[in-house]
Design a protein around this ligand. Sequence first.
Ligand SMILES: NC(=O)c1ccc[n+]([C@@H]2O[C@H](COP(=O)([O-])OP(=O)(O)OC[C@H]3O[C@@H](n4cnc5c(N)ncnc54)[C@H](O)[C@@H]3O)[C@@H](O)[C@H]2O)c1
Ligand SMILES: [Zn+2]
Length: 359
Amino acid sequence: MSASFRVESSTGSYEVVVAQGNFEESLSRIEDAHILADEFFRPRFAGSGAEPIFIEATEHAKSLEHMPAVIEQLRAAGANRGTHLVAIGGGVVQDIAAFVSSVYMRGISWSYEPTTVLAMVDSCIGGKSSINVGPYKNLIGTFHPPDPILIDPALAATLPRDQFASGLIEAAKICFCRGRESFAAHMACGPATSMNTAALEGVIVNSLLAKKHFIEIDEFDKKERLLLNFGHTFGHALEGASNYGIPHGIAVGLGILCSLEFQRRRGIDFSGAASVGELERHLDTMIRTLPGLVEVLAGMSLDEVMERFGSDKKHRNDRYTLILAAPTGEVMLEQIPRGAESDARLRDAIQSTTEAYSR
Ligand SMILES: NC(=O)c1ccc[n+]([C@@H]2O[C@H](COP(=O)([O-])OP(=O)(O)OC[C@H]3O[C@@H](n4cnc5c(N)ncnc54)[C@H](O)[C@@H]3O)[C@@H](O)[C@H]2O)c1
Ligand SMILES: [Zn+2]
């Protein structure tokens, strides 16, 4: 089975192809290309004739301080205005490739072969690059989509369970935000960290088609695309307060659970929305794949979570801006007045949610 579709963007449309075996086939064709590849894939290039620039996929690698090294290597390898860059890796390699190709000689074209579930189901489309500056994560970036995006689900087979789960959580979130039908289709794929990569193909296609809807109507994050931040204000606060001991997707899963608990504490009744319970049970299973979660949560300060929550740049002075689920399960953007009452509810929701995973 394979699937392909196009995503419309302000700079033209680009192609997405999902097919098992894509990767090996593409390797046989890219001998002359300039390649940026995750260090993990170094052995795959042995004897291929290609000489990729390898990237150690860490947050430091995608810092502004590291960009000159990548750019100089490209220049030394003879890349020019007509060069097409091929990127192979997860979100870190994607962010570097997107950023560098958007500025190198004022912009070169690039294509992308995502290798993590997170990148396959989510970040590979949308065109964003996000680069860290000093202590600030994802502070700067550009919009410069790759074309084509070649996805080979078989590459996910070597990922650790919690990384796999992290990606599945983002897929569940995107589909849930898209609506009941999309979420039902996601769950019908039987998403699990043990799933075979043939079944993962369905998860990828379903999630990318749901995301395509949001980015085509709101490419630059002004309105509808913001809904995809469901769970993220809570999630980023937990991710940061754990000193990044909780992977992004798992933190988003916990964040979604916190946001649902916050709603319940505001009197929202989800008993009419079966999908909410289904999402909660699924997230619970995925979150529990993280080894050492109990210890990470035990070492985390609730005050710091609250502080980070409050400093999210989407809030206004007097209001929190949050993506929350309505009683129907539909997600919407809400402005919640800041103050003692909201803060107590937020704190209680975060505390009771994380406590369930602290023992
Ligand atoms: N630009 C965007 O739209 C966007 C969206 C979401 C996330 N991101 C960014 O993506 C980054 C996270 O990316 P990620 O979660 O995809 O992972 P990653 O790129 O951080 O890689 C995680 C680890 O998995 C390894 N790895 C990659 N592919 C593998 C494979 N097939 N088998 C085994 N190991 C493999 C890497 O070497 C690394 O050690 C963050 O920096 C985040 O900010 C960007
Ligand atoms: Zn996310």
